[in-house]
Design a protein around this ligand. Structure first.
Ligand code: PLP
Length: 400
């Protein structure tokens, strides 16, 4: 039950991977002067950065790794506070803890992304980074978030793991703030099984992120260096097979996005024509969103529960994975001072919205997001209309 890219794996990926199989070079590092070495990872980094409109690209082993490298890249370490919304995949939060930082949770608004009104009250002298998460393909309110960040001297790290390909006011998500992190996991817009990307225009952030991803080395070294490593890193490298597969998928990004948008519009229009009262769609901050999911919001929790049940689905708050209330590992986490910083229902506005919201699948079919009802990237127009009409038939008597 994966993302759209996973439905469309074919010859493009096979050809790319075959080239690596024939070359004999499996690591991102190889002999520059050997024409058999295809440099798939380095090529992916360049092409991805160009497509996203950023100067530097770094390929890593996953979205979590991309977030960690980006966090270290911008200088997050022990005690540094990072603002992050309470509705996200746990990796946005766990990556901060893994590099020694302190996640501080903010509310979301009806776009299901970071509520800009909840940022300023949570800034302390230790706050250095704000991490908007473009949830379910919808860009966060970047104009207000970057304005607040600039005013307070904060760095903006975009978690684009669910928004690969989305744009906001003409710019690709990930290239709007100071640094962006992406996932190529099986549930995302495009995939290579597991993989991640970091993009930035800032040379220093890039070098530090690169160093963290490979034992402190400078970018694109060849062979062994001695005495040049200024930071302690780990190994988050991407290998050539993965890089090749991702290159094949990247070629499909534009067609995936246009299909998603067209299918989402048809699905949404069909539902709108049903004229269901007392139901809204979530706010979309820019028409350049990915269109991976369609979210409906009801007036009360009770109604949303009834609707979810009738659809064979769940409310977003009851759907598990992406809601802080349901992250038991987070709720039992003790920080460096022995305190438990995360409590159930500490974000009342977020709870209220997610209690009333239901996700319908368009391109990402993931019960972990509560999106059991809906369509997928291969659905034909008739099927989409039928699903939309079915939704109206089931939901209207409950709501009206
Ligand atoms: C998927 C995801 C991640 C982590 O990506 P992985 O590739 O699974 O490590 C981080 N943040 C968000 C919002 C995600 O959806």
């Amino acid at each position: 039950m994966p993302g759209p890219g996973a439905y469309l794996v074919g010859d493009e990926e096979r050809r790319e991977v075959d080239e690596v199989m024939q070359s004999g070079y499996l690591s991102r590092y190889g002999r520059e002067d050997d024409p058999r070495f295809k440099k798939k990872v380095v090529t992916l980094e360049r092409e991805f950065a160009r497509r996203m409109g950023a100067r530097y690209g770094l390929a890593v082993n996953g979205g979590t790794g991309a977030l960690m490298a980006a966090l270290v890249g911008v200088g997050v370490g022990r005690g540094v506070e990072v603002l992050v919304p309470g509705y996200t995949f746990v990796a946005s939060i766990s990556s901060i803890i893994a590099v020694g930082g302190k996640p501080v949770l903010t509310e979301i608004d009806e776009s299901l992304t970071m509520d800009p009104d909840d940022i300023e009250g949570k800034i302390t002298e230790n706050t250095k980074v704000v991490m908007p998460v473009h949830m379910l393909g919808n860009p966060s309110d970047m104009s207000r978030i970057t304005e607040i960040a600039r005013k307070h001297g904060l760095i903006v790290l975009e978690d684009c793991c669910q928004s690969l390909g989305a744009s906001y006011r003409g710019r690709m998500t990930g290239s709007i703030g100071d640094i962006g992190a992406f996932s190529l996991n099986i549930n995302k817009t495009i995939t290579c099984g597991d993989g991640g990307m970091v993009i930035t225009d800032n040379r220093e952030y890039y070098e530090r992120a690169f160093g963290f991803h490979d034992q402190g080395h400078k970018p694109l070294r060849m062979g062994v260096e001695i005495g040049k490593r200024s930071l302690i890193g780990i190994n988050l490298r991407m290998n050539e097979l993965t890089g090749a597969f991702a290159l094949g998928q990247l070629k499909k990004l534009d067609s995936i996005l246009s299909e998603l948008k067209r299918k989402k519009k048809l699905f949404k229009d069909t539902i709108s024509e049903g004229g269901i009262r007392n139901m809204r769609f979530r706010r979309i901050n820019d028409p350049g969103e990915c269109g991976t999911l369609l979210t409906v919001i009801f007036e009360t929790h009770e109604v949303a529960e009834k609707v979810a049940k009738a659809l064979g689905s769940k409310t977003v708050s009851g759907s598990g994975w992406h809601v802080y209330n349901n992250m038991e590992q987070l709720l039992s986490y003790e920080d460096q001072d022995g305190k438990r910083p995360f409590r159930k229902h500490m974000l009342p506005r977020t709870d209220d919205i997610l209690d009333r919201a239901i996700n319908l699948s368009v391109g990402v079919v993931d019960p972990g997001l509560g999106a059991d009802f809906g369509i997928n990237i291969l659905s034909g127009d008739d099927e989409i209309r039928r699903k939309g009409e079915e939704f109206v038939r089931i939901v209207k008597p409950i709501v009206d």
